[in-house]
Design a protein around this ligand. Structure first.
Ligand SMILES: [Fe+2]
Ligand SMILES: [Fe+2]
Length: 292
């Protein structure tokens, strides 16, 4: 086990703390009453809230255009490890954290709850697979990457930041903020060039998209690649970079998001009953082993 120790570089006691913060920003309209008290969370004296703020300060300060290129050059070689998918889930589960292990479900349970909620609603099987795989990119933490380079809302780099990104005030400490090539509306991009031509801040979304891009239908790839791009799929920002294809795909990203955010349940699914279904699903779409 490699516990994440809270440090200056990793202020969150758990990667889930970021997701809990997202949930407090976008609470489940159906279960606001019984979810963890949003009011309590938003209290300014809340120490967890301070760690989230510090996490975003680091994220917005250090996710520069050059940083993203460096990470892409390194991790998109996929030369770190090769594992069967089932081993990859166990590998991901080595991510344990400083928070209470009794109340937090492991990473695999979150994936399984997401995929099961998608399956219950009768969506196509590739979307169930997306639910199962969408956070696999968090293994980046196990390769020594800091939290702010793995999770957090994503945003385009190389052009002006939208104030629809959470804590936009922290972008003023990013070195790109003052660079004339990057700090205009379009920066290094062409108007409506399409998101496929835009570099996003580096993290688990882009990494898992690149890992699975040959195996999953386009709609599912959008779900993987942009599930943390809240400024787009929740706030409607960055319209000037979108093309028609992005606009068509948006509804799929939006279809996926509630399953990611609102499927958390303290009851773990009965894995023994589910195993045959998921073994078939993985065999149908994915190769025998995945490269990391
Ligand atoms: Fe995620
Ligand atoms: Fe997730």
């Amino acid at each position: 086990m490699k516990p994440i120790k809270t440090t200056e570089a990793n202020p969150l006691s758990s990667l889930d703390v970021w997701e809990e913060d997202v949930l407090s920003r976008y609470p489940d309209p159906d279960s606001i009453a019984n979810s963890k008290s949003t009011e309590e969370y938003r209290n300014y004296d809340n120490p967890v809230r301070d760690t989230v703020k510090e996490f975003y300060r680091l994220n917005h300060t250090y996710q520069t255009y050059d940083f993203v290129q460096e990470k892409r050059n390194n991790f998109l070689k996929f030369d770190k490890k090769e594992m069967p998918v089932w081993d990859a889930f166990q590998f991901l589960n080595q991510l344990v954290d400083d928070s209470d292990p009794d109340t937090d479900l492991d990473q695999f349970q979150h994936l399984l709850q997401t995929s099961e909620a998608i399956r219950r609603d009768g969506h196509p099987d590739w979307m169930v697979l997306v639910g199962l795989m969408h956070d696999m990119g968090k293994v980046l933490c196990l390769f020594g990457e800091p939290q702010w380079a793995v999770v957090g809302d994503t945003f385009p780099v190389g052009c002006a930041y939208s104030d629809k990104v959470v804590y936009p005030e922290f972008f003023s400490t990013n070195p790109d903020f003052d660079k004339p090539t990057f700090n205009t509306k379009y920066g290094v991009y062409e108007p409506n060039c399409g998101l496929r031509n835009v570099n996003m801040s580096w993290g688990h979304d882009e990494y898992v998209y690149q890992m699975l891009k040959d195996y999953i239908p386009e709609e599912g790839l959008y779900m993987l690649r942009y599930h943390s791009f809240y400024a787009w799929h929740r706030e409607g920002a960055y319209d000037h970079l979108l093309d028609e294809h992005d606009r068509k795909m948006l509804k799929w990203v939006q279809l996926f998001n509630p399953y990611d955010l609102y499927s958390k349940n303290p009851e773990p699914p009965d894995w023994n009953k589910l195993k045959p279904y998921y073994e078939n699903l993985i065999a149908k779409y994915l190769p025998a082993s995945l490269k990391f």
